[in-house]
Design a protein around this ligand. Structure first.
Ligand SMILES: *[C@@H]1O[C@H](CO)[C@@H](O)[C@H](O)[C@H]1NC(C)=O
Ligand SMILES: *[C@@H]1O[C@H](CO)[C@@H](O)[C@H](O)[C@H]1NC(C)=O
Ligand SMILES: *[C@@H]1O[C@H](CO)[C@@H](O)[C@H](O)[C@H]1NC(C)=O
Ligand SMILES: *[C@@H]1O[C@H](CO)[C@@H](O)[C@H](O)[C@H]1NC(C)=O
Length: 258
């Protein structure tokens, strides 16, 4: 993966519009408070459990903070454009996308930098299944691809490392984590996929291409990594902003300086 590919990878994720955003002034039951000034290992254990409790709750959706259901997550459009040079050149869009699996998120580690308040989170998703309509023109590995139709991707055992850049702010009588950017690194333990109606439905080509992509899932996943990384970053930033723009940091960290 060259640097150029990463720079050229661009995605646009359009999530469903939020209903209302409103600051919660009472501590919600799904937010467990930790003390950042406690010894490191005690704090990390507490915040890991706290984020796990949050992720046990929020996949059902939290309308009062404008957060849609996350499992299944409905995404109207994902646009993907990645220029030449590397193993992937694609111009694709995915529409009417359904993503299943965020409800089983396992938080393996969460810590908060005591100076910058940046978050470091390590999580595992046993399974992530994406269904949608695709419209694709491009090349993955050595294969030219063209088509539009239904598709699915089924990944297992995703390990995701997330660093969230945070600015601590004060307004409305509370502290807030302003999450400005997320940086994602991830690996997957397996991938099955299917693209229907490839090459406008020339069946023999469609079947042999799908078989080839599945047999070579590891380099396929590797080559799609910059695109998938950007997509996961866009989705996570949207989710984290809805959570932390509306739930005061004081409910997560009980010992912030006034
Ligand atoms: C970690 O936190 C959990 C939940 O608060 C608690 O039950 C457990 O005893 C803690 N473990 C350690 C080693 O402190
Ligand atoms: C990508 O595809 C869309 C829709 O077919 C088209 O409008 C756009 O010009 C394409 N972009 C590039 C860079 O080929
Ligand atoms: C996506 O869903 C909308 C609303 O259900 C529908 O109008 C549209 O035709 C669908 N698009 C595709 C590509 O299936
Ligand atoms: C978060 O910080 C960015 C960059 O400083 C700023 O543009 C934005 O308005 C802030 N958002 C909120 C909700 O305070």
């Amino acid at each position: 993966m060259t640097r150029k590919d990463v720079v050229l990878a661009a995605t646009t994720v359009i999530l469903l519009a939020a209903y209302v955003n409103a600051i919660l002034d009472q501590q919600p039951s799904y937010v467990k408070t930790c003390k950042i000034k406690e010894p490191r290992e005690i704090f990390v254990n507490c915040s890991t459990h706290s984020v796990q409790e949050l992720f046990n709750y929020i996949p059902k959706g939290v309308p009062e903070i404008g957060l849609q259901t996350l499992d299944p997550l409905e995404v109207p459009v994902i646009n993907i454009l990645q220029g030449g040079g590397g193993p992937v050149t694609v111009n694709a869009s995915l529409s009417n996308v359904t993503v299943k699996g965020f409800g089983n998120t396992k938080i393996l580690h969460n810590s908060v930098d005591p100076k910058t308040y940046d978050f470091y989170t390590k999580l595992n998703l046993p399974r992530l299944r994406i269904d949608g309509h695709y419209d694709l023109l491009g090349r993955i590995l050595v294969i030219p691809l063209r088509g539009k139709g239904t598709c699915w991707f089924d990944a297992k055992n995703l390990e995701i490392n997330v660093k969230s850049d945070v600015i601590m702010e004060k307004h409305d009588g509370f502290h807030f984590f302003n999450v400005t950017k997320v940086h994602v690194k991830f690996s997957i333990g397996g991938l099955k996929l299917h693209m229907g109606n490839l090459f406008d439905g020339i069946k023999a080509l469609e079947e042999s291409t799908n078989a080839y992509l599945n047999a070579n899932w590891r380099p396929v996943a590797e080559s799609l990594n910059p695109i998938l990384t950007r997509t996961i970053e866009d989705i996570m930033l949207d989710i984290l902003r809805k959570v932390f723009d509306n739930i005061p940091a004081d409910f997560f960290l009980g010992d912030l300086d006034p």
